[in-house]
Design a protein around this ligand. Structure first.
Ligand code: MG
Length: 227
């Protein structure tokens, strides 16, 4: 049961948190984002350049001692609009570079990931390694296909799941090549509302109950007790 499903639709300018849950269901890499649109068929979220987000790095344990893997602060690299679609195993990002004269469209990025679920603070998902990098002229290249394959070889993912992620990528490419939404260009000139405050991670962002992906045990081999 999706614990966040009873929550009202978000309004433009609301701050939400995009959390990648680790395969064992804990908040990992996470971003604050401003809600652009929350419609039944698309959830559009904006992460501005410079937003403080969480990524994996090395942290000193509270009791001291050698650094261990943990979440550290980073400054987000580029204005990014993340289009997330209910039930879909990828999101589509548009990003822009800030330039002296304004900004320039950097391109699309198609990110294979768990279909998002609503949490008490935003949305929960997790990355599935494979990406597609799309230039403004819609030429494209695979990214990290080898990393996805490695996850089958090392027993992180089930091979059948790796095949499904590749298939999802091919579906996304078919959409891109057919120039269907969201590759129609209608988001390219979108601008964030200048009155929005820069989003930041709210207190307790990592305490809200994780809303795990129901299919994870059939996908993540290393998390399955009966593998
Ligand atoms: Mg990715």
């Amino acid at each position: 049961m999706n614990e966040g499903s009873a929550h009202a639709v978000w309004r433009p300018g609301d701050t939400v948190v995009i959390r990648y849950l680790t395969r064992d269901g804990k908040p990992g890499m996470s971003w604050p984002a401003s809600v652009v649109e929350d419609h039944p068929d698309v959830l559009a979220l904006f992460i501005p350049e410079g937003a403080t987000y969480k990524l994996w790095g090395q942290v000193t344990p509270p009791g001291g001692g050698p650094p261990v893997r943990g979440l550290v602060d980073g400054a987000w690299r580029r204005d990014t609009l993340r289009l997330m679609f209910p039930g879909r195993h990828h999101s589509v990002w548009l990003s822009w570079d800030r330039t002296p004269g304004g900004r320039a469209f950097h391109g699309y990025y198609i990110n294979m990931e768990e279909p998002y679920r609503r949490s008490l603070v935003g949305v929960d998902t997790n990355d599935h390694a494979l990406d597609i990098v799309v230039a403004p002229d819609l030429s494209w290249t695979w990214k990290d296909a080898d990393e996805l394959d490695r996850r089958a070889e090392t027993g992180t993912y089930y091979p059948e799941f790796v095949a499904r992620v590749h298939e999802e990528g091919r579906r996304a490419v078919a959409d891109l090549e057919a120039r269907v939404y969201p590759y129609t260009g209608e988001w390219v000139d979108w601008m964030p509302d200048q009155t929005w405050a820069a989003p930041s991670l709210p207190a307790g962002w990592d305490q809200a109950p994780p809303v795990v992906w129901p299919e994870r045990l059939a996908a993540y081999r290393d998390m399955n007790p009966i593998r």
